[in-house]
Design a protein. Structure first.
Length: 80
């Protein structure tokens, strides 16, 4: 069963700090929204992967999610 990826654990920032910075940084806010959207797409794809979903498409979604995570990390470091 697919499980959502814990972004905050990967970021090594407390959820409260990220949410506080999110309110002050429109770019970070957009990136976090993008990440959640991509994570939901990955979860949906994984749940149907035994069916018609192409593995290459799933890999591409995961790569996009990872790229957004790196952008979030850079944005947080920039504001630290």
């Amino acid at each position: 069963m697919p499980v959502s990826h814990d972004l905050y654990q990967d970021l090594h920032y407390p959820r409260e700090i990220v949410q506080q910075r999110r309110q002050q940084d429109k770019t970070l806010d957009r990136l976090l929204d993008d990440y959640v959207d991509l994570d939901n797409q990955v979860l949906a794809a994984e749940s149907i992967s035994a069916g018609n979903f192409v593995d290459e498409d799933l890999r591409h979604l995961k790569e996009k999610r990872l790229a957004v995570k790196f952008m979030i990390e850079r944005q947080l470091e920039r504001k630290a």
